[in-house]
Design a protein around this ligand. Structure first.
Ligand code: ZN
Ligand code: ZN
Length: 401
């Protein structure tokens, strides 16, 4: 049993309504469960396979979900980078290991399942890339047509390739992500498509399972800090919401310090935290190599600010150089291939540690959100090209020295 509740004015809506924002005040909605009515134990969860659906009692879907076996991603102990930073308990939750290579699959399995349960016959989203790749795949699985809007020329090639191959109608907007989101919202309201951006309250329900899994993978222990890249701010909000529910159920007795990392060229949430603002000031021209978090007006900012402040967390920004350096370090020192935005979380921890703003004894889980192959162009630009030689042993011997 659950209902939709406005995060701002508390107005409530029944789950059968197709609604994304509060009709009274325009703010976002969140899914609120009757936690007293939930009857499940952690032992029972632990007997199930590690996946989004291990936690189905805390998800809104009632029937058989539209699933590509999402979640259950590895939690890697970053022993080498941790040693360099003097942080022995540093972990990365590799969300790039989901079916389409990003954490978005956790949200889409729930969002597309809900689209079907609500009787919607077409779905749409605006995207910096990963959301469209994921929606295209889940819409294909559900046999529902799908439209995605992308900011023209600003989406990594791997993500466009996925959306096209999975059969979405892909439309490039001559404008940035924030504009594309505004337009797709209007399209969905006027044409009756189901909107699957992170304004959609159900998608965030799937994403919250990142936090559940991380705790289960640490043997039921709550990490001291969880660190997430922040673009539209949906993920950090989702993880916080989920952990609050675990706390209310009595499954955990404290929350990690929620920590958000943004790119220096796109950091409205960091500024709002630093300046102690209640409402953030959007950035009109966000710019960063980490295209997945190139968002100037994060729709979930209001929730994210609460998550960070209520847990004693923090927010910090990292430069593109710091992001790319950590992308290389993760690849070369840990064997973990991630896209630039993902490396932001670990780069942020390096920065916070160097500035003395965190305790190096903390147990820290960084969420790395998407796979290396999402953005091969940024990878190739950073690396020496392959050495090309004549096909003879003499050339090979001299090249391999
Ligand atoms: Zn508000
Ligand atoms: Zn409201």
């Amino acid at each position: 049993m659950y209902r939709l509740v406005c995060v701002h004015c508390g107005a409530t809506y029944t789950p059968d309504q197709i609604i994304y924002t509060c009709s009274r005040c325009g703010h976002l909605l969140t899914v609120e469960y009757d936690l007293d009515g939930i009857d499940v134990s952690r032992d029972e969860w632990n007997r199930r396979r590690l996946s989004v659906w291990r936690y189905r009692e805390l998800l809104p879907v009632r029937g058989e979900p539209v699933s590509l076996q999402e979640g259950g991603t590895p939690l890697y102990h970053l022993k080498n980078i941790g040693k360099e930073l003097g942080i022995p308990e540093l972990y990365a939750k590799h969300e790039g290991m989901n079916p389409t290579g990003s954490f978005k699959d956790r949200g889409m399995t729930v969002g597309v399942s809900m689209a079907r349960e609500l009787g919607m016959t077409s779905v749409a989203c605006a995207s910096t890339g990963n959301t469209s790749a994921s929606l295209a795949a889940y819409a294909a699985k559900a046999s529902i047509p799908c439209i995605v809007l992308l900011p023209a020329g600003k989406v990594a090639i791997g993500k466009v390739a996925q959306a096209l191959m999975h059969g979405a109608r892909v439309i490039s907007i001559r404008g940035n992500f924030d504009k594309a989101l505004e337009m797709v919202h209007e399209l969905c309201i006027s044409q009756g498509l189901y909107l699957l951006n992170s304004v959609n309250p159900y998608r965030l329900e799937g994403q919250k399972t990142i936090g559940f899994e991380a705790i289960d993978q640490l043997g039921g222990e709550v990490p001291d800090r969880m660190v997430l890249p922040v673009g539209n701010a949906g993920n950090i909000s989702a993880v916080y919401k989920g952990l609050r529910e675990l706390e209310a159920l009595g499954f955990i007795d404290r929350l990690p310090m929620m920590t958000g990392i943004q790119a220096a060229g796109s950091q409205p949430v960091v500024k709002a935290i630093e300046q102690n603002l209640d409402v953030l000031v959007p950035e009109s021209a966000p710019e960063t190599v980490a295209t997945a978090i190139r968002i100037g007006a994060p729709v979930n900012a209001e929730k994210a600010l609460v998550a960070i402040r209520a847990t004693g967390g923090t927010a910090a920004s990292v430069t593109d150089e710091e992001i790319l350096a950590m992308q290389r370090d993760l690849a070369r020192k840990e064997g973990i291939g991630v896209e630039p935005a993902s490396a932001a979380s670990v780069a942020g921890i390096r920065k916070l540690a160097e500035l003395g703003l965190i305790d190096r004894d903390e147990r820290i889980v960084c969420v790395v959100t998407g796979h290396l192959l999402k953005d091969p162009e940024t990878v190739v630009r950073q690396c020496e090209p392959p050495i090309e030689i004549d096909a003879d042993l003499h050339s090979l011997l001299s090249a391999s020295r």
